[in-house]
Design a protein around this ligand. Sequence first.
Ligand code: PMV
Length: 311
Amino acid sequence: MTVAIAPGKIILLGEHGVVYGKPALSIAISLKASVSIEKSDQFLVNAHLINERRDTYIKKAIDMFWDGEPLSVTTFSHIPSASGLGSSAAITTATIAALLALKGIRSREEIAKKAFEVEYAVQGMASPNDTSTCTNGKGIIVWSEKKDGYIWKITKNNNTWFIYPFDVPDIKIIVGFTGIKSKTGMMVKKVKKFVEHSSFARELLDEMASLVMQGLDAIKKNDMVELGRIMNSDHKILRTLGASSEKIEKMIGEALKNGAYGAKLTGAGGGGSVIAIGDDESEERIYRAMKKVGKDAYIVTPDIEGVKVWD
Ligand code: PMV
């Protein structure tokens, strides 16, 4: 049996900007998903015949990257689905890692590239942000600008993204799930309309890019108060671009009222999740407030390992 475990992710700064080649900063988190694969006499997922609607990402991964004998796949996940926390990316990345391990391939670059191909084939529109973060763990900057220190680059339809890793201090991030399915494609389209027709929106994206770089600096200095301020500014831009919602605003309001240094939506917005950072004393309060207003809440820490495979 081959087992692969991959972390979920949060986008700390820069979502939506990354669609236009700006940098986004993500962190792999301690909520994880696992995939176990063994040989079988038919293709099964969680003891049922594989089903395109229910097992979309696993089926696509097998169709695209497996031509061997039938497999039985078992999944387990602590990441709520459609929450903007990378549940599909983690399952896809773990599936690809296990399939490649069965072929004797263990290259992370190969895993990240193939997992992105699967996400792209399913979603029609995606940046390699989620799959690269789930593969590598730690912090990841995805950016279309080429600088020193990238670990791999991914090209699709004339877009090239360079993937830069960075170390994250042992911070706690409070995640609140709104309970409303995140609608990545729809939100990307909504923001795109604004960006295409308004120079003001494009200026906001430049401002967002500069916040991402300031945020990276604050992380390197372990300055959480400054990082919180930057998260608040980033959220203000995301709200102006139309990515927020009443529920998101309510949860952010609760987090700030309970002492968060900063709080913002994470991922595409509309629904999905919000994130907040605070000090040791306020974390529990923020967590409880978010849990009360939203569907669920989690206190997560950065994952430093990325995808891992055992066979
Ligand atoms: O909703 P998520 O977690 O898949 O994040 C979407 C982030 C966007 O920047 C809005 C789109 C993308 O593909 O990067």
